[in-house]
Design a protein around this ligand. Structure first.
Ligand SMILES: Nc1ncnc2c1ncn2[C@@H]1O[C@H](COP(=O)(O)OP(=O)(O)O)[C@@H](O)[C@H]1O
Ligand SMILES: [Mg+2]
Length: 253
């Protein structure tokens, strides 16, 4: 049975994300893959939510829709009160640049550029002046405790530090949502905890965070855990409910 995780939300300023029966199918040469089969989820401003589920359950498809990289075949998606499911690619790109900060499993940093230059990049595209870029990129790096490493290149940083540069880059445009797809997928467990501490701190500062993961231990760091299974929502729980149900023994919260 599919779960509705909308809590009676109306699209608007308190609810950053509202989806209504969104569906996404892929046509694989005549064979239809139904990646999302009608998902209702709403996320409030300042929430810290994990979207969890096994491989193939539709997590990345949902994250691409939420992040305005893709649009649903059916259903509505409202982001900050704007109906984005019907937008053209140009409109979508504009909304994406303004509202979404992405963090990926593979960091996606430019190897020959310093931490500072990597974090400045979104501001270059946004047409921000060089002085302002440097100021805002430095602040973003300080927020992730990398103020002492701004001139290091990725290969001069640890995996956790690289991911923190990527988080700073995602934050530098002051997005409504920090959206992370398997952010600890390439990190060992100690470094994963380091990244989870950064997310926790950002959430405490009021940043809306949506994290996609297949790992229950990682999901248990969020304040709310939504589980996807076969393209539908299977549960929507608080951290405490989730931890109690799946029986995590070493959750750190
Ligand atoms: N671009 C695509 N083309 C065809 N099928 C896809 C595409 N992206 C995802 N799928 C399929 O949709 C389903 C959900 O995939 P995905 O959202 O990547 O799951 P997850 O991130 O949870 O592992 C899978 O069956 C996958 O094979
Ligand atoms: Mg995925």
């Amino acid at each position: 049975m599919a779960v509705t995780a909308t809590h009676g939300a109306a699209p608007g300023k308190d609810w950053v994300i509202v989806t209504r029966q969104i569906k996404r199918e892929y046509d694989m040469g005549g064979e239809i893959v139904r990646a999302l089969r009608g998902v209702d989820v709403a996320i409030r401003r300042n929430e810290y939510v994990a979207i969890m589920g096994p491989s193939g359950s539709g997590k990345s498809t949902l994250m691409n829709l939420i992040g305005c990289l893709d649009t649903p075949n059916e259903g509505e998606y409202w982001l900050n009160g704007m109906l984005v499911s019907d937008m053209s690619d140009d409109e979508l790109a504009r909304v994406r640049n303004k509202e979404i900060g992405f963090v990926f499993q593979t960091f996606n940093l430019l190897p020959r550029a310093s931490a500072l230059q990597n974090v400045e990049l979104p501001l270059v595209y946004a047409g921000v002046s060089a002085d302002e870029r440097r100021k805002r990129a430095t602040e973003a790096l300080e927020r992730v405790q990398l103020g002492q490493r701004i001139h290091h290149r990725p290969n001069e940083l640890s995996g956790g530090q690289r991911q923190r540069v990527a988080i700073a880059r995602a934050l530098v445009n002051r997005p409504s949502i920090l959206l992370a797809d398997e952010p600890t997928g390439n990190l060992d467990s100690t470094t994963s905890e380091e990244i989870m501490r950064v997310f926790e701190e950002l959430a405490q500062q009021g940043q809306t965070v949506v994290m996609v993961t297949h790992e229950p231990d990682i999901a248990a760091h969020a304040r709310r855990v939504v589980v996807l299974r076969d393209g539908v929502l299977a549960s929507d729980e608080s951290r405490e409910q989730f931890i109690a149900r799946v029986g995590l023994t070493h959750a750190s919260h």
